[in-house]
Design a binder for this molecule. Structure first.
Ligand code: ADP
Ligand code: MG
Length: 246
C-alpha cells in the first residue's frame, strides 16, 4: 500500500536573518486531517517557520513541497492561492469593515455588468458560514471593531475554513482570549480537522496542545528537538524537550 501523500513536506529548512540563525535543518510532513502542534520557548523560531510556510519569508535553504510539488511562494498571496491560510494571534482583520468584507478580503465577489461589489451575496454566504460553524455574531454586517476578541477570532478562523483547501496555520490563536472563547476556538480548530485539512498550530498552552494535537513538534533556539505522537508522550517529556532540562 502506498503511503498517503503529505499535504506539506518540509525538508532541511534553514533560515537566517543576517547572522541570526532562526531555523536550522527543519523537516516535517503534515497530513490531511491531522493537527500538529508546534511548541517552544519565545524566540525558538515558531513564528518564523509559519511565515516560511505561508510565503512571508523565503527559506535560506531547504525544500517546501505542497501536495508533492516543490513550491517557492513569491509572497503570502501566492501561498493563499495554493490553499494555505493563516490565523494570527493578533486578530488580523480590517477593524472598520463589516464581517462579510473581512471574509472576502482580497477576494470580493462582484456582479456584472459593472463589476460592482455583490454585497448581498457576500453577506448571505458569510451568514451561512458563521451559522454552519456556530460563530455567534449579531450579523454578517456587524463591524469588526464592535465584536469581542473571541468573535473576531471566530471570524478569522471562519475565513481560513472558507478559503483553505490544504493547510491552515495558526500562530497562538487563543493567546488573547478568555476561557470560554478559547473553548470555542478549539472547537473550530477541530472542525478544520474534520474537513480533512492539515493543521499546524503554535500554542503556549500545553493543556491545549494535548487536547487538540495528533503530534507535537518541539523547537528550541531554531533546532528541531523532536516530534512525538501526542498519545505516546506527556507534559513532562515535552517540557524537558522545550527547556533542555531533563
Ligand atoms: N524579521 C526578523 N529579522 C531578524 N530576526 C528575526 C526576525 N524574525 C525573527 N527573528 C529572530 O528569529 C528568532 C526566532 O523568532 P520567532 O520565530 O519570532 O520565535 P517564536 O515565534 O518561537 O517566539 C529570534 O531570535 C528572533 O529574534
Ligand atoms: Mg511567535
Amino acid at each position: 500500500m502506498s503511503e498517503i501523500q503529505p499535504v506539506l513536506a518540509l525538508t532541511n529548512i534553514h533560515k537566517a536573518f543576517g547572522g541570526v540563525v532562526a531555523i536550522e535543518d527543519f523537516s516535517l510532513d503534515l497530513h490531511p486531517g491531522e493537527i500538529v502542534a508546534l511548541v517552544g520557548d519565545n524566540g525558538a523560531g515558531k513564528s518564523t517557520l509559519i511565515k516560511i510556510i505561508s510565503g512571508v519569508y523565503k527559506p535560506t535553504s531547504g525544500e517546501i513541497c505542497l501536495s508533492g510539488e516543490t513550491s517557492q511562494f513569491a509572497d503570502a498571496s501566492e501561498a493563499r492561492e495554493k490553499g494555505i491560510e493563516v490565523v494570527y494571534q493578533d486578530l488580523a482583520l480590517a477593524d472598520h469593515q463589516p464581517v462579510y468584507m473581512n471574509l472576502f478580503l482580497g477576494r470580493e465577489l462582484t456582479k456584472p455588468p459593472f463589476g460592482l461589489l455583490d454585497k448581498a451575496r457576500m453577506r448571505r454566504e458569510t451568514q451561512e458560514l458563521v451559522d454552519e460553524l456556530d460563530v455567534r455574531i449579531p450579523s454578517a454586517s456587524s463591524t469588526i471593531r464592535d465584536l469581542s476578541g473571541g468573535q473576531r477570532q471566530g471570524i478569522a478562523i471562519a475565513r481560513a475554513t472558507h478559503w483553505a483547501s490544504k493547510l491552515v496555520l495558526l500562530d497562538e490563536p487563543t493567546a488573547a482570549l478568555g476561557v470560554a472563547e478559547t473553548a470555542k476556538v478549539e472547537e473550530l480548530v477541530l472542525s478544520l480537522k474534520k474537513k480533512n485539512l492539515a493543521i499546524l498550530i503554535i500554542s503556549h498552552s500545553l493543556d491545549q496542545v494535548f487536547r487538540l494535537s495528533d503530534r507535537i513538534c518541539v523547537l528550541r533556539r531554531g533546532k528541531q528537538i523532536g516530534v512525538r505522537k501526542t498519545a505516546d508522550t506527556d507534559k513532562n517529556e515535552i517540557v524537558s524537550m522545550i527547556t533542555g532540562v531533563a
